[in-house]
Design a protein around this ligand. Structure first.
Ligand code: CAA
Length: 260
C-alpha cells in the first residue's frame, strides 16, 4: 500500500510505520491521521504481523505536533463539529489490540508527544525531546497529553511541562517513567526492531491479553482490574498455547505457537 505522508514496511512479523513529512518535522495533518488509521487497521488485520513500531523519518523529529498551519485556518465550530482529534483514540488506540512501540528519534511535541504516549511503550533515542508546548499557541493539549502525561510522570512534572511548554530530554524522560528505554541515536531502530521481534515471538493471544490487563490499570478501580486480570488469565489457561508453553518449558525447548 502506498501513502502520501507515511511509509510502511514489514520485517518478518514486525510492521514498521514511519511518519514521512520530514520537511514539516512530521507534523500530524488530517491526511497523516487518515493514513495512520488505515496502516494500523492493516497491521491489526494481518495475522502474520505480531508487533508494530511507529517512528519518524529524518534525524530531527518523531513528530513536532498537530499541523499548526492546518489548524490555523479552522474555526472553533469546525473543531467542535468534527470532534477534532477524537479519531486518534477511537480509530488507532482502541482498535489496535496488538502491541505497538513508539521509537522516538527527535522532537515529540504536542500531538507528537501525545501520539508517542498512545503506544504501548516508548523507546527513545538520546536526541529525543518531549513536550506539550500548546500553551504557547494559546491552546492546550488536545490528543490526550494532559491525561496520559500526568499518568506517566505525575501531577507536578506534567503541570510544569504543560504550563511552561518546556521540553524534556531523553534522560529526564526515562527518569520520569515516560519512556521504557533510551539508546544511542544510531541504535534506535535496531533496538526497537529487536524488542518488537522479541514481543512477536511470544504467544500472540497472551500478548493481547497482557496489553489489555496493563491498560486496564489506568481505566478501572483496583478491584475491577484484579477481577479482569484473573478472568483473562483463566481464559488463557484454556488456550492451546498455554498447553504448548508449559509443555515446552518442561521439555526444555522453544514453544511453537498457534495463536489461540
Ligand atoms: N505544524 C506544522 N508545521 C510545523 C510544525 C507543526 N507542528 N512544527 C514544525 N513545522 C514546520 C515549520 O513550520 C518549518 O516549516 P517551513 O520550513 O516551511 O518554515 C519546518 O517544520 C521546520 O521547523 P522549524 O524551522 O521551526 O525548525 P526548528 O529546528 O527551528 O524548530 C521546533 C523545531 C522547536 C520543533 C519548532 O518547529 C516548533 O516549535 N514547532 C512547533 C511545536 C509545537 O508547538 N507543537 C504543538 C502543536 S499543537 C498540537 O499538537 C495540538 C495538540 O495537542 C494535538
Amino acid at each position: 500500500m502506498s501513502y502520501e505522508t507515511i511509509l510502511t514496511e514489514t520485517d518478518g512479523a514486525v510492521t514498521i510505520i514511519t511518519l514521512n513529512r520530514p520537511k514539516a518535522l512530521n507534523a500530524l495533518s488530517s491526511v497523516v491521521l487518515e493514513e495512520l488509521i488505515d496502516a494500523f487497521a492493516a497491521y491489526q488485520a494481518d495475522d502474520s504481523q505480531l508487533c508494530a513500531i511507529l517512528t519518524g523519518s529524518g534525524d530531527k523529529a518523531f513528530a513536532a505536533g498537530a499541523d499548526i498551519k492546518e489548524m490555523s485556518e479552522k474555526a472553533a465550530a469546525d473543531f467542535y463539529l468534527q470532534d477534532f482529534f477524537a479519531k486518534w483514540t477511537s480509530h488507532i488506540v482502541k482498535t489496535t489490540r496488538k502491541p505497538w512501540i513508539a521509537a522516538v528519534n527527535g522532537f515529540a511535541l504536542g500531538g507528537g508527544c501525545e501520539l508517542a504516549m498512545m503506544a504501548d511503550f516508548i523507546i527513545a533515542s538520546e536526541n529525543a525531546k518531549f513536550g506539550q508546548p500548546e500553551i504557547k499557541l494559546g491552546v492546550a493539549p488536545g490528543m490526550g497529553g494532559s491525561q496520559r502525561l500526568t499518568r506517566a510522570v505525575g501531577k507536578s512534572k506534567a503541570m510544569e511541562m504543560c504550563l511552561t511548554g518546556r521540553m524534556m530530554g531523553a534522560e529526564e524522560a526515562e527518569r520520569s517513567n515516560l519512556v521504557a528505554k533510551v539508546v544511542p541515536h544510531e541504535e534506535l531502530m535496531a533496538e526497537a526492531k529487536k524488542t518488537a521481534a522479541l514481543i512477536a515471538s511470544m504467544p500472540p493471544m497472551a500478548a493481547i491479553a497482557n496489553k489489555e490487563m496493563v491498560n486496564s490499570a489506568f481505566e478501572m478501580t483496583l478491584d475491577q482490574g484484579l477481577v479482569q486480570e484473573r478472568r483473562l488469565f483463566q481464559i488463557l489457561t484454556a488456550s492451546e498455547d498455554k498447553k504448548e508453553g508449559m509443555a515446552a518449558f518442561i521439555d526444555k525447548r522453544d514453544g511453537n505457537w498457534k495463536g489461540r
